[in-house]
Design a protein around this ligand. Structure first.
Ligand code: SF4
Ligand code: SF4
Length: 286
């Protein structure tokens, strides 16, 4: 039987301490691969798995990239200077730095930080695309550090069977709702929002929904009418839901045919007013 500690995930990055990926101070694991292709994605290099084409090798100023005899990409972390030249050079929304990491390896990183943490969060890319890794990691963390909470940061595109598998080992999830209007959602992500809406309702009913995040882009998905409808849809699930409104920021985002602008302070305050008029949400605006 495979031990939970030997299960591997394709990991883009690990951050030991984060104050912005769930409640308290959290250890965050970013997984490679996503089911969406968002125009407003800040980490587009997490969307696809590396295809070992080798096109980024020449971009590395440190000579940290190459291929092995099978043609697989090799990244030497010891001599990597930590720049993003390879990510910028990749035409496939990937990174040569993503690596299969075993749960045991993640635990080695987690152990020294654990006394200072509130919990761990698995993000992405899309975390739920690697449910075996999530289950194994959360099971191991809970056994060794029962005090730490296990959260998933998700685009909400997982089906019910995936949430049912994760439910017994996961404390809670943070779900992005890019847009209630499916036509706009498809334009923003390339994918329908049907499963996102199902995920929000399903997790809330199980008391495993920590917050819903609304990424608002002026002129794209921030009309008063749409925001009011979104608030009403969320309120019929839970009128006291924690809702985090995130004003779009352009940093790291790819060029797009969609006009992407950042909301100003006045617009952000207005988003909060519209939602507060609908229900007594636990509202955070950033
Ligand atoms: S769901 Fe997240 S990681 Fe995936 S493409 Fe959208 S913003 Fe990027
Ligand atoms: S990271 Fe991108 S450019 Fe580099 S080998 Fe992988 S797919 Fe090719």
């Amino acid at each position: 039987m495979t031990s939970s500690r030997s299960v591997t995930g394709l990991v883009t990055d690990v951050i030991t301490f984060s104050a912005v990926d769930g409640p308290g101070n959290r250890f965050v694991i970013f997984l490679q691969g996503c089911s969406f292709d968002c125009v407003a994605c800040h980490n587009p290099y997490t969307i696809t798995e590396c295809i070992d084409c080798g096109e980024c090798i020449a971009s590395c100023p440190s000579g940290a990239l190459g291929q092995d005899l099978t043609g697989a990409m090799v990244w030497d972390a010891e001599i990597c200077a930590g720049g993003d030249e390879c990510i910028a050079a990749c035409p496939y929304d990937s990174t040569p730095k993503a690596r299969p990491l075993a749960v045991a390896h993640v635990m080695e990183r987690l152990r020294p930080a654990a006394p200072f943490l509130s919990g761990i969060t698995v993000s992405g890319g899309e975390a739920t695309l690697q449910p075996d890794f999530l289950r194994a990691l959360f099971t191991t963390v809970r056994a060794e550090f029962p005090r730490l909470t296990c959260f998933v940061d998700s685009n909400g595109d997982a089906d019910r069977a995936t949430w049912e598998r994760l439910g017994p080992v996961m404390d809670s999830a943070m779900i992005d709702l890019k847009c209630l209007d499916d036509r706009i959602h498809r334009r923003m992500t390339g994918v329908t929002n049907a499963r996102v809406l199902e995920s929000i309702a399903f997790l809330a009913a199980r008391d495993q929904l920590f917050e819903v995040r609304l990424l608002l882009v002026p002129g794209v998905n921030d009309s008063d009418e749409l925001l009011d409808a979104t608030g009403r849809w969320l309120a019929q699930i839970d009128p006291r839901m924690r809702v985090k409104v995130i004003g779009f920021r352009g940093h790291g985002v790819r060029p797009s045919t969609l006009l992407l602008r950042e909301p100003n302070a006045e617009q952000r305050a207005h988003y909060a007013d519209v939602l507060r008029a609908v229900a007594d949400f636990d509202l955070v605006v950033i």
